[in-house]
Design a protein around this ligand. Structure first.
Ligand code: GLU
Length: 464
């Protein structure tokens, strides 16, 4: 039978790293097994679901390259189907209508708590034969009272729950909408899902879902519960740990390759390999090598991976990735093979960073950093720069090596260190004491622009 996996996000927020990692594992397993990867949007909670989140989730999946073969199926469009299945379960005696009011349930819970019992629905409507005129019922599943439910999780191994632990769960709410556990089972069955790969925060739901599959006489899928992702402080990864949505990392200028690489290593490993191409991941991934212990998110590792890809991807690709960043910064699209590209991509952490560093090549500083001017553009430095400008005007070739050599010999002739020339030059050219390497800066600006900028220096800084 062909493998069919799925990813089933709830559109109550953006795609976060945990969701993306689950999607990746589910997708990789399908790809590795030459199966199909399906998408389902679990949007039956109208209070919390928003169409813009569904769109954003799809967008993030596309950006990561996690392509799906079927769907997206929207649960909100399948409400009739859930009612039909619930009704069939009622007819078959596997489910029943419960007319208990919220107040009655509250009283039940309070009594159980005072008696030191775990609060659970006591099944009092199981035997009811007459409706209550003033109450819109829910549909509850008739959970087997004795025995246990066992399954072998592909990640966690053998798992068993006593049925006595499980109460009669609601399948349909009084407004006719399905609960999570019910919608999932109806859909996983209708979609022919063979492998349910999801976060292990759902492990307690699995026995309930297995009962439902059995009640529907549906074949049971295999389950793989993948570990949670924690922040460095050991708590579950959340906004408190900084950016966690995929879209946010995209906007900051991380490459999808870097994020995928980070994600694949959160809970899975192949020896001590850190860098995986998409093809390698597809070839090597296996659920058996997914660890049980929670994975820890390390933002420094993401930076390291991103720098790796900034350095090693083809230039063409990096330029294409830079286009939206340049546009947002008001810069024209980068031309082919600009002099600065190599230098910047070996220094920058992100595309946003590269853009900020490339800015000096396109625009003159509007504001000079007063501290930099005070430190590096005193009278002596200005005299030095005037002489240097004269020298540079006659330099036969204008390339990083020839510029470097010219600056070094100029510094030498004045008996100063290279930095004593480079820093004033940098501040004069960019307004700041931080910039790409000085030879790259000059070469990237070109002779005319460099000499032009050196001609008009900022006024001396006022005394501090
Ligand atoms: N909508 C659920 C979630 O986002 C899906 C869980 C599942 O895959 O069954 O957690």
């Amino acid at each position: 039978m062909r493998v069919r996996t799925r990813f089933a996000p709830s559109p109550t927020g953006y795609l976060h790293l945990g969701g993306a990692r689950t999607a990746l594992f589910s997708w990789l397993y399908a790809r590795r097994e030459e199966g199909l990867f399906l998408l389902r949007i679990e949007d039956t909670d109208p209070e919390r679901s928003e169409a813009r989140y569904s769109e954003a989730i799809l967008d993030s999946l596309r950006w990561l390259g996690l392509d799906w073969d079927e769907g997206p199926i929207y649960q909100s469009q399948r409400l009739g189907r859930y009612r039909e299945v619930a009704e069939a379960l009622v007819q078959a005696g596997r489910a029943y209508r419960c007319y208990c009011t919220p107040q009655e349930l509250e009283t039940m819970r309070a009594e159980q708590t005072t008696r030191g019992l775990k609060p659970r629905y006591d099944g009092r409507c199981r035997m009811r034969t007459e409706p209550r005129a003033d109450v819109r019922p829910v549909v509850r599943f008739r959970t087997p009272e004795a025995g246990s439910v066992a399954f072998t999780d592909l990640v966690r191994g053998a798992i068993r729950f006593d049925n006595a632990e499980l109460d009669d769960l609601v399948l349909l709410r009084s407004d006719g909408s399905p609960t999570y556990n019910f919608g999932v089972v109806v859909d996983d069955h209708d979609m022919g899902v063979t492998h349910v790969v999801r976060g292990d925060d759902h492990i307690n739901n699995t026995p309930r879902q297995i009962h439902l599959f059995e009640a529907l006489r549906a074949p049971l899928p295999a389950f793989a519960h993948v570990p949670m992702i924690l922040g460095a402080d050991g708590t579950r990864l959340s906004k408190r740990h900084g950016a966690v949505s995929v879209g946010h990392y995209r906007e900051e200028g991380y490459l999808p390759e870097a994020l995928l690489n980070l994600l694949v290593r959160m809970g899975w490993s192949h020896g001590d390999q850190e860098i995986f191409t998409r093809e390698e991941m597809m070839r090597l991934f296996s659920l058996e090598h997914v660890q049980r212990a929670p994975a820890v998110f390390d933002p420094k590792k993401l930076d390291w991976l991103n720098q790796h890809y900034l350095k090693t991807l083809p230039e063409e690709r990096i330029r294409r990735e830079l286009v939206p960043f340049f546009a947002r910064a008001g810069l024209p699209p980068p031309e082919a093979s600009p002099v600065w590209l190599e230098a910047l991509r070996s220094r920058a952490r992100t595309l946003a960073d590269m853009t900020a560093q490339a800015r000096v090549f396109y625009t003159r500083a509007e504001n000079y950093d007063p501290e930099a001017v005070r430190r590096h553009l005193g009278d002596g430095a200005r005299a030095l720069l005037a002489d240097l400008r004269t020298l540079l005007a006659t330099l036969p070739t204008w390339s990083p090596p020839s510029l470097h050599a010219a600056l070094a010999s100029f510094a030498d002739s004045r008996g100063v260190k290279l930095g004593a020339v480079a820093q004033p030059l940098r501040v004069a050219l960019t307004g700041s004491s931080v910039s790409p390497p000085i030879d790259v800066l000059l070469a990237g600006l070109g002779r005319d622009e460099s000499l032009g900028r050196l001609e008009i220096l900022p006024p001396p800084a006022p005394e501090a």
